[in-house]
Design a protein around this ligand. Structure first.
Ligand SMILES: Nc1ncnc2c1ncn2[C@@H]1O[C@H](COP(=O)(O)OP(=O)(O)OP(=O)(O)O)[C@@H](O)[C@H]1O
Length: 471
């Protein structure tokens, strides 16, 4: 899952947003205008219950081009009403809606139909397929309504059916399909219309959990492939968090929080949202970048085997991460190999650097980290796309994050690497006996720990300083 930048980041384009919603109110009932004035003045939904229902109260947001924007809330919170106003099925009581720069509120029905046809497709919970028409005809239906010639619409429908995994099913009737396949036809029909915006109203809610997850994953793939703007309505927070680049949480007609999944999970706007997120499957929301910790046992390759041994001794670990220029991760060195190099008087680390350590990118989901974590005794190294070491995810941190527990044990950092099983004396003895007038020859001192935290240049300098201070 790739998330867009933080919720309030500026839109990096001069094009208008896919959708602009400004101060939108929808009131069902008598004296709607008066009800909206009272809502603006601070009246609650309950206070207006005598007049009717305030289904959407002062919604104000943009949907960016190419994002999956999820509207999430319990039954009755106003999600369906909001989406129906977005596609012009309902006229707002007050406020405006603009689609790709074109107003769709307060315009003539003919113009509205035209904007909808060109800009917006809808996918429904219960598929809304025509039972006596084949899969192909259902997929081509929107195009047929638009008057697209038969040959062209058949070709476009075939292409999208293949894309959603239904090649070979074109001649079947809806009744011959499973629920997941029916929804794929619904999706294909929406995609065939080739509009910029897809509105999906609880589109996966009627599906079995496994099929539902498959559809969610496929939707993300399709979105990345096709770059559609998707507004997805759901009452399921896990689904919202998995799909949404941003999520609007609705309660009693109001959007109470708008943000990325991470923002909502880690900084819920109020107790209501906090209660919701308690049950979220964190493994499918949080990524390595959310839980990464600073790696302590890191050294520059140029510092050599003796420096590695000193770090192992001082941190009592069996492994040190080795980085090159620009903090690029080269691999790990292990205590036994380093000990051999030092004993043999080898001054470069290269031959001991191994790559048998787990590495992931910052966007990797925690659910994908679990398997990696159990396969290795080392913490997972997190690197950026230039292979620069960003930090590590120790197993204990991963488990704590999934269980929503703190790893803070009173200021003591988590021990991230396996303890060395080689007695400390052996390290010290080796450093002394092989010392050639360097730092370790001044017996009896405690070597200061080299715990580089920043760039390789600083690492080199830290080592040089360490050597000098011992000389
Ligand atoms: N046409 C209508 N006339 C009167 N009240 C309505 C109408 N449509 C919706 N409402 C009311 O507006 C409120 C919001 O309903 P809406 O269907 O938008 O919520 P929802 O979050 O989509 O819920 P659900 O998931 O159950 O559909 C509810 O109290 C509902 O009863």
């Amino acid at each position: 899952m790739t998330h867009t930048p933080a919720a309030n980041a500026p839109i990096p384009t001069t094009e208008p947003p896919a959708l602009e919603v400004r101060n939108l109110f929808k009131f069902f009932g008598r004296r709607a205008g008066e009800a909206v004035s009272r809502l603006r003045a601070g009246a609650t939904r309950d206070e207006l219950a005598g007049l009717g229902t305030a289904a959407v109260i002062d919604a104000d947001f943009d949907v960016r081009r190419g994002e999956i924007f999820v509207v999430m809330g319990l039954s009755g919170s106003g999600k369906s009403t909001l989406i129906r106003t977005l596609n012009g099925l309902l006229e707002p009581t007050s406020g405006t809606i603009t689609v790709a720069g074109e107003r769709i509120s307060g315009i003539s029905p003919k113009r509205l139909r035209d904007v909808r046809r060109r800009r917006i497709s809808m996918v429904f919970q219960h598929f809304a397929l025509l039972p006596h028409r084949t899969v192909l005809d259902n997929a081509a239906y929107a195009l047929e309504v638009q008057g697209v010639p038969l040959a062209e619409r058949t070709e476009r429908a075939r292409t999208v059916l293949e894309r959603v995994g239904l090649a070979g099913w074109e001649d079947k009737l809806p009744d011959e399909l499973s629920g997941g396949m029916k929804q794929r036809v619904g999706l294909a029909r929406a995609l065939a219309a080739d509009t910029d915006i897809l509105l999906m109203d609880e589109a996966f809610s009627a599906l079995d959990p496994l099929i539902r997850r498959e559809m969610q994953e496929q939707l993300i793939e399709l979105q990345q492939e096709l770059g559609k703007t998707i507004v997805f309505i759901t009452h399921d927070l896990n689904e919202a968090m998995f799909l949404g680049d941003r999520i609007a949480v609705m309660r009693d007609g109001r959007i109470v929080q708008l943000g990325t999944a991470e923002e909502i999970l880690t900084d819920p706007a109020d107790d209501y949202v906090a209660q919701f997120v308690q049950d979220v499957d964190r493994a499918r929301v949080l990524t390595a970048s959310n839980v990464v910790e600073q790696a302590r046992a890191v050294m520059s390759a140029s510092a050599g085997p003796r420096a590695a041994l000193r770090i192992m001794r001082d941190l009592q670990t069996s492994v040190v991460y080795v980085v090159g220029g620009g903090r690029r991760l080269l691999g790990v060195v292990r205590d036994r190999d380093v000990l051999k190099l030092v004993r043999n008087g080898v001054t470069t680390l290269d031959s001991a650097i191994g790559d048998d350590h787990p590495v992931v990118g910052p966007d990797e989901l925690l659910s994908d980290l679990l398997g990696t974590s159990v396969e290795s005794d080392l913490p997972i190294a997190v690197v950026d796309d230039q292979q620069r070491l960003l930090g590590v995810v120790p197993r204990v941190t991963l488990l704590a994050a999934l269980g929503n527990v703190s790893t803070d044990t009173g200021g003591q950092p988590v021990i991230e690497l396996p303890h060395t099983t080689i007695p400390m004396d052996v390290f010290t003895e080796t450093l002394h006996s092989t010392a050639d007038g360097d730092a370790e020859s001044s017996a009896g001192h405690e070597a200061s720990v080299t715990v580089p935290a920043t760039g390789a240049a600083e690492l080199d300098e830290a080592d040089a300083t360490s050597e000098r201070s011992h000389a």
